[in-house]
Design a protein around this ligand. Sequence first.
Ligand SMILES: Nc1ncnc2c1ncn2[C@@H]1O[C@H](COP(=O)(O)OP(=O)(O)OP(=O)(O)O)[C@@H](O)[C@H]1O
Length: 326
Amino acid sequence: MLKIEHLSTSYKTIDGDVHVINDLDLTIKDNEIFGIAGESGCGKTTLLNTLYDIVEFPLVIDQGRVVLEGEKNGSKFSYESGQIRKTWWNNISYVPQAAQSVLNPIVRLKKQFVDSIPKEDRKNETEAQTLERVANYLKELSLSPDVLEAYPFQLSGGMRQRAIIALATFMSPNVVLADEPTTALDVVVQKGILMMLMRLQKQLKNTLVIVSHDMGVHYQVTNRMAIMYSGSVVELGNTEDIFGDPIHPYTTMLVGALPRVGEDIQRVGIPGRPPALKDPPPGCRFAPRCPHATDRCRKEVPAFREVRPGRFAACHLLNEEVKANG
Ligand SMILES: Nc1ncnc2c1ncn2[C@@H]1O[C@H](COP(=O)(O)OP(=O)(O)OP(=O)(O)O)[C@@H](O)[C@H]1O
């Protein structure tokens, strides 16, 4: 489980601070596939990097923390921001954006696998014994152990991505983070990768966090999701509810822009562009693009709060609904 407690981060630049995550408070539960969606530049990767404890200058945590906790092999564990990296691979792993390029092209995969397995896990094993365990794991995932002898450049993009996912899940971590795991792959390969991730999550019953700008990926794969806009989460809820009954005007427009099977009307995108994070507008950052914005929206930042049971959103226009629900 990942607890995000009042987290705010910013990039320190010579032109001033760029605030990317703003007072975020949410829990990503055990045994769920959690999606993070939003347009390019809204802060999805920054959030994922902070969850994985890659907080390096110019990125700084201004407030709050992330806590990774759970139970493995009968022992409870808890790590917070600054310590989470101690348990990389073991309790949390990361499939980064453009993951295929993180493999060293001139080192055989078997060496890259062995090097990523912590010494404590290998105990007194010889390298051959470790590789046998890896080969058996690859077979379980319907991957040929022959890939271990290959150099990354000899594999297709889809095969490299599968190998990275195998590497990230080999130690059965409680949390797996995947940043745009299917971008740059063709549609058929994309489907195979998503199915592999879903199958692994079901098997490990762990937490899988998927970042994608593709709403179709969230619809197919995730159980709950967060919609980000301009550095903040603006809506959170069960994926089915978000698609069936979006409540934030941004989500409504995102979902409304999706084509439907069998429909021949032209769907329109969201007019305008997100604001520059360096110099955001006062009040609600979506107000300049929101067809319902009022003066209050242009002045006051809306609080992110529970609008209905399990549904959270940051929008002044929902106040009436909150009152109606007590
Ligand atoms: N090194 C940096 N220095 C300053 N600002 C940065 C830096 N990296 C990112 N940012 C700012 O953080 C914002 C969010 O970037 P991030 O990569 O997290 O977005 P994203 O939603 O993952 O985008 P994409 O889908 O394009 O990867 C950017 O719009 C940019 O303003």
